[in-house]
Design a protein around this ligand. Structure first.
Ligand code: S3P
Length: 219
């Protein structure tokens, strides 16, 4: 093996360690036994809607984007909804859409970045022992940069909350402890989509519910 190959192998094994999924919160009332859904949370630009479909594909599950559900039901873009009825009413639509989505099984569900601020949404997720909450984390500067890149490449729809720049830091700080209520956290900084999906699947395959099933099979 050449020195260059060795260095690149070292780098990739180090990267894998760095992208390990962390268990974050123990704050749930009940323990998750066998999740029927994975809910992705995190600020705008966290990668919920890009990583979600890839993860769903790996699991053989369906992918649902909560914003898309709202857009479909209302026949308006998120920006049009904000402009016409305001944020508070948007949050009501979001709450109803989440309640409906949580009835489905075998889904990866991407939340909008602000859904976690609604108490009812947090309660629903935390009381549901068949739903695993995964937080895709990154520093605010990285998130803003990603959103700007997406807008430049026209890969993202207009985000009304992103436009209120002066409020972004405060929103991020207010939401961060709520995101951290997630069962698992994954630092997405500097990692490719593939590396992130591999890290989540590794954690999933080693999770207690899978291990318990394996042990049962062996016994
Ligand atoms: C919002 C994030 C958006 C969307 C809406 C509000 C927020 O979703 O739900 O514009 O409050 O952070 P993404 O996080 O998918 O951009």
């Amino acid at each position: 093996m050449s020195a260059r190959e060795a260095t690149s192998r070292l780098k990739s094994s180090k990267d894998l360690l760095e992208v390990a999924v962390q268990t974050t919160s123990q704050s749930r009332p009940g323990r998750i036994l066998l999740p029927k859904r994975i809910v992705l949370t995190g600020f705008m630009g966290a990668g919920k809607s890009t990583l979600g479909p890839r993860l769903a594909q790996q699991l053989g599950w369906a992918f649902i984007d909560l914003d898309d559900e709202i857009v479909r039901a209302e026949q308006k873009s998120i920006a049009q909804i904000f402009d016409s009825i305001g944020e508070a009413r948007f949050r009501e639509l979001e709450r109803n859409a989440l309640a409906n989505a949580l009835r489905l099984e075998k889904i990866v569900l991407a939340l909008g970045g602000g859904a976690i601020e609604t108490v009812d949404n947090r309660q629903r997720i935390q009381e549901d022992t068949e739903t695993l909450l995964l937080y895709l984390a990154a520093p605010l500067e990285v998130l803003i940069e990603r959103c700007e890149q997406q807008q430049l490449q026209r890969k993202a729809v207009r985000r009304p909350i992103l436009e209120k720049r002066a409020e972004l830091t405060e929103r991020f700080q207010r939401r961060r402890p709520l995101y951290e209520l997630a069962d698992w956290t994954l630092d997405t900084t500097g990692q490719s989509l593939d590396e992130l999906v591999v890290a989540i699947m590794a954690r999933w395959n080693n999770a207690s519910w899978n291990t318990a099933q394996e042990n049962q099979k062996r016994a």
